[in-house]
Design a protein around this ligand. Structure first.
Ligand code: PMV
Length: 308
């Protein structure tokens, strides 16, 4: 049987990370950095020409165990730096599931989003469906936002996330990757300790929640100035929660003179920051000068698709 290629985008969280763990809304946007998987049925199980090592490829192994019978050849390539908080593992899961599903069934975003979430959960031990839903659906998604166009709901343990479509106007963002890989789990645990012992931390989480609701309105009216200042405010609140770092603060400060606003994105600690700007070249230069790696990305990106 012929080979086929699927691709899926990475993502950034525009606002609401960490507070979303406590049921507040979050807004995420697909970016034009993509992960590609080409697959073909085969006699053996090969990934990029090598027999698959299941310990090294936990996402792929889970997906194959659950959804593929027989041998397969998989070739992968990615624009998304791994460990950057930009959703590379989610995009791997979304693109591989999309490719595999094309062999046996009609395309179904919800099924693909669930399968991709389960693969992340299995490989990482914990996960939220934000990255995988953003990668499968593309464009923008909101989590736990009242009044959105509902896409699907996903539950695990005591958490339930309701995912809806988010209209994102034409936006340019510059991502600044610190080059530091910071796993999500310990940062979420750090915020939880603070949240459980301090009313002040609970107030900060509430404030992030209302800021994110306001940001959704700014997005739908195309108010970049308003959205930018809310992003910068969100960065300050996240810093109070203890999830920023010297490197992230440095890149945010470098970007601000040329931006509507800037903030860390995702779990923090290391990973990446984003700046909303109409002067991407200036922001890229400023980020590079402070030791970060810049990527210019724009909104309106398709989700997981079959390319050929
Ligand atoms: O894994 P990241 O870097 O995209 O961030 C996850 C977002 C958090 O709110 C920090 C955690 C979560 O489970 O929602």
């Amino acid at each position: 049987m012929a080979s086929l290629t699927a691709s899926a985008p990475g993502k950034v969280i525009l606002l609401g990370e960490h507070a979303v763990v406590y049921g507040k809304p979050a807004l995420a946007m697909a970016i034009d950095l993509r992960f590609r998987c080409t697959i073909a049925p085969s006699d053996s199980v090969l990934i990029n020409g090598w027999e698959i090592d299941r310990a090294k490829h936990p996402y792929t192994s889970h997906i194959l165990n659950e959804h593929w019978r027989g041998g397969i050849e998989i070739e992968t390539s990615s624009d998304i730096p791994s460990g950057s908080g930009l959703g590379s593992s989610a995009a791997l899961c979304a693109s591989l599931n999309t490719a595999i599903m094309a062999y046996g069934m009609e395309p179904d975003e919800e099924v693909c989003a669930r399968r991709s979430f389960e693969a992340e959960l299995n490989a990482q031990g914990s996960a939220s469906p934000v990255d995988t839903s953003a990668s499968v659906h593309g464009q923008g998604i909101a989590v736990n936002l009242e009044g959105g166009k509902p896409l699907w709901g996903i539950s695990h343990a005591e958490r339930r996330w309701s995912i809806s479509h988010l209209d994102v106007p034409r936006l340019t963002l510059v991502i600044g990757h610190t080059g530091i890989s910071a796993p999500t789990g310990p940062l979420v645990a750090k915020v939880r300790r603070y949240y459980e012992h301090s009313n002040f931390a609970k107030d900060i989480v509430d404030e992030i929640g209302s800021l994110t609701e306001d940001a959704a309105k700014a997005l739908s009216s195309g108010d970049r100035v308003g959205l930018g200042s809310m992003m910068t405010e969100d960065h300050k609140l996240l810093s109070i929660l203890g999830v920023s770092s010297r490197e992230l603060d440095k890149l945010v400060q470098a970007a601000l003179p040329y931006s509507f606003g800037a903030k860390l994105t995702g779990a923090g600690g290391g990973g990446s920051m984003i700046a909303l700007t109409d002067r991407p070249d200036k922001v890229c230069e400023a980020i590079e000068r402070r030791g970060g790696r810049p990527y210019v990305v724009s909104s309106g990106q398709p989700g997981a698709i079959i390319e050929k």
